[in-house]
Ligand binder design. Structure first.
Ligand SMILES: CC(C)(COP(=O)(O)OP(=O)(O)OC[C@H]1O[C@@H](n2cnc3c(N)ncnc32)[C@H](O)[C@@H]1OP(=O)(O)O)[C@@H](O)C(=O)NCCC(=O)NCCSC(=O)C[C@H](O)C(=O)O
Ligand SMILES: [Mg+2]
Length: 389
């Protein structure tokens, strides 16, 4: 491990100095496209400004005999496209043990390093993988004369990577964030699923057997409610903690059932509520879902403002809508307000939405003792099972 004193020193002579903080640019959706697919690539210029991140994917989902075409396609797209102020360009390179990754990194950094914001590294096993990419990027940046470092994003998709997630998150100042790779992770863990992310109807808990049934009725086989559980809860929560601990950003990954936009929204919202800042989108139909889910609702923003106002200097406790608010609930509200401010700076529609307030904002704000009327319940998704119970 490097000495803490050297942590922010460039890893090659002539390489740019590492960043001290992850740039606070929105990344609600990391939109995947295959640069070797002409139809998909043709859509990229039209998506600039509508997505936070465009990611030219070189790894899985690109056929082995299209790897070079994908790399060349990405170079062409990066050179020919103006990504504007609000859309970043990322790539996912091939795995570190593959025959393509060295050429991926060498070509991309030297040809389009000044346009590329983040390199996503798949199947990261431990901090040693990040150290390797860190040093190589520094050498290539120096060669290309880059003045801004390219950041690194790890995909959590092996059991070993999962066990090392904290060390991966803190492996380099280049670390921008971590995404869940549920398909590869499931395979590596020998989970018995066959899907790309999302839930499974077999992963459930069942109500206890009923009591007091008549003679001869078997309580074990009686009708008992079942509740599907979230397969990814532990993994996402641990990833979020590792990222928060190291000041980097956590993301949900792919949701492969493109047609099931309802379950996709649920999965994205679970991740958002647990602390993720964004998700991958694999198909244009998922972009608006991600935008909706990973931007706080107008009602939540209005409620957060009311709490902030009611809390005055930020200490003590007040009653608002029958609920106690204090320093800690204020901190949660400040997370929402900070996100809303950041998103508003890029998006006039959201700025207008958040400025417009809500019915709950217009109702009185009794800061102490008495209950103020109005509720933030409207901010809940239409089908927010369990949240209100
Ligand atoms: C999933 C797809 C293969 C579906 O493609 P297709 O059958 O062409 O869908 P449609 O006919 O509905 O497409 C309509 C039009 O939209 C264009 N399109 C489709 N996807 C995209 C896209 N991502 N970006 C831009 N444009 C897109 C089509 O070309 C159609 O255009 P037109 O005919 O002109 O109207 C496909 O969406 C796809 O390949 N998506 C990306 C898949 C991907 O990147 N997979 C890798 C990430 S997931 C993963 O790796 C697992 C992870 O690592 C883990 O371990 O968990
Ligand atoms: Mg994968």
């Amino acid at each position: 491990m490097r000495s803490p004193k050297d942590f922010f020193a460039p890893l090659a002579v002539g390489a740019p100095a590492p960043v001290r903080e992850v740039p606070a640019r929105p990344s609600r959706m990391i939109h995947f496209f295959d640069p070797s697919n002409e139809k998909m690539a043709a859509k990229v210029p039209g998506m600039v400004g509508t997505v936070d991140v465009l990611l030219g994917n070189l790894e899985d989902a690109v056929k082995a005999d299209r790897k070079e075409a994908a790399r060349e396609g990405l170079v062409r797209i990066a050179k020919d496209t103006d990504f504007g102020e609000h859309t970043q360009l990322w790539t996912r390179v091939n795995a570190l043990d593959s025959p393509w990754v060295l050429d991926d990194l060498t070509t991309l950094v030297t040809e389009i390093g000044d346009t590329l914001d983040v390199v996503m590294v798949p199947k990261v096993q431990g901090p040693e993988d990040i150290h390797y990419v860190d040093r190589l990027l520094a050498q290539l940046e120096a060669r290309a004369g880059l003045t801004r470092p390219i950041l690194v994003h790890a995909i959590l998709e092996t059991a070993r990577g999962m066990a090392n997630v904290e060390a991966i998150a803190g492996a380099s100042p280049r670390m921008q964030g971590i995404s869940l790779g549920p398909a590869d992770l499931a395979a590596d863990r020998r989970m018995k699923t066959t899907r790309v992310g999302g839930g499974h109807p077999g992963y459930l808990v069942r109500q206890d057997p009923p009591t007091g049934l008549g003679e001869g009725v078997d309580p074990i086989t009686a009708d008992r409610a079942t509740y599907q559980q979230d397969l990814w809860h532990y993994t996402i929560a641990r990833m979020v903690d590792a990222c928060a601990m190291h000041g980097i950003l956590p993301y949900y990954g792919p949701f492969g059932d493109i047609k099931d936009v309802v379950a996709c929204e649920d999965q994205f919202r679970n991740a958002f509520l647990l602390g993720c800042v964004g998700t991958w989108t694999l198909h244009p139909v998922q972009v608006d879902i991600a935008k909706r889910v990973f931007s706080p609702s107008a009602e939540d923003v209005a409620h957060a403002r009311r709490v902030k106002e009611a809390m005055g200097d930020g200490t003590g406790a007040v009653m608002l809508d029958g609920k106690m608010e204090d320093d800690a609930s204020l901190k949660q509200c400040l997370v929402i307000l900070e996100l809303a401010d950041r998103l508003s700076a890029n998006d006039p529609e959201l700025a207008a939405l958040y400025a417009g307030g809500s019915p709950s904002e217009e109702s009185g704000t009794e800061a102490s003792g008495t209950e103020a009327s109005g509720t933030a319940a409207d901010s809940k998704p239409a089908d927010s099972k369990g949240e209100e119970s």
